[in-house]
Design a protein around this ligand. Structure first.
Ligand SMILES: Nc1nc2c(ncn2[C@@H]2O[C@H](COP(=O)(O)OP(=O)(O)OP(=O)(O)O)[C@@H](O)[C@H]2O)c(=O)[nH]1
Ligand SMILES: [Mg+2]
Length: 251
């Protein structure tokens, strides 16, 4: 049973068999409070079977297998649900391809001592991206400027999937009402967290090219994300709930 100090790391996976076990081992070494949940969408490459085997002698690893490729957004939601039900005080999301280096986790966990959400950010001083082709750099920059401007967000990297949330954030902002299935989930979530008056801090990270396997990003997702941001920007919504700052529990 959770102690209330547990930290859950959610790893959504689709065909990550060559990354998943090595990455989990690295993550578990970072902090003894960490547990890992893999949300796998019945990857044809046998990702789930590899995690199942690792699980047998590693009680801090959990696996949720879904019946088919249901998208990144709903995989995050399944992870949030699991973390909340388990009583975790912090829930992180990370890509399962070594683009998000677990060595940043201690600093990110520390930041949740004085902020409600933390982002592993490519777009603050000290952050960056290694080995991306120019068109992906341009696309990512554009997506950020577009979302930040339309949604009036202060966070510099609002499309980053390397994030940590304090449980109160997940309990308050109702992420489960987000309908975006793919990458625009991240922008909509950043918008919700901001609207509710929660604080967001950014830790600079260098985003590395995936170690093995191939990208699952589809061009359809890009258009869908642009549309979702536009729709969100013009959505009628209630006044934001200004959170009163509480004394935080030490992390
Ligand atoms: N469960 C689940 N995981 C997914 C799905 N789509 C992507 N993922 C996982 O989400 C993470 C991010 O996806 P990537 O394909 O790495 O996307 P990306 O990081 O934007 O692209 P690259 O930089 O090229 O790797 C990876 O761990 C994927 O395995 C999905 O539909 N379901
Ligand atoms: Mg990736």
């Amino acid at each position: 049973m959770a102690t209330g100090d547990d930290i859950l790391i959610v790893l959504p996976t689709y065909n990550e068999v060559d990354n998943v076990c090595d990455l989990i081992r690295l993550i578990l070494k970072v902090d003894s409070r960490i547990e890992v949940l893999v949300v796998d969408d019945s990857s044809p490459d046998g990702t789930a079977a590899a995690v199942e085997e690792l699980k047998t002698d590693e009680p801090r690893v959990h696996l949720l297998v879904r019946p088919g490729k249901l998208g990144l957004g709903t995989a995050y939601l399944a992870g949030f649900r699991f973390g909340l039900d388990k009583g975790c005080s912090i829930v992180f999301t990370m890509d399962c391809d070594f683009s998000h280096n677990p060595s940043y986790l201690p600093e990110m966990i520390g930041r949740l001592g004085d902020s409600d959400m933390v982002v592993g950010s490519r777009y603050v001083p000290g952050g960056g991206i290694e080995n991306w082709p120019w068109y992906r750099l341009v696309l990512s920059r554009f997506a950020n400027v577009y979302a930040r401007t339309l949604l009036r967000l202060k966070v510099r990297d609002c499309t980053a999937g390397f994030r940590g949330y304090r449980r109160e954030v997940l309990e308050t902002v109702d992420p489960f009402s987000i309908r975006s299935s793919g990458y625009s989930f991240l922008e909509e979530m950043a918008w919700k967290v901001t609207r509710y008056g929660f604080s967001i801090s950014e830790v600079p990270i260098v985003f590395e090219q995936r170690k093995a396997g191939s990208s699952k990003i589809e061009s359809r997702e890009i258009y869908l994300a642009a549309w979702t941001v536009l729709r969100t920007a013009f959505k009628r919504h209630p006044d934001p709930i200004r959170k009163t700052r509480q004394t935080r529990k030490k992390i």
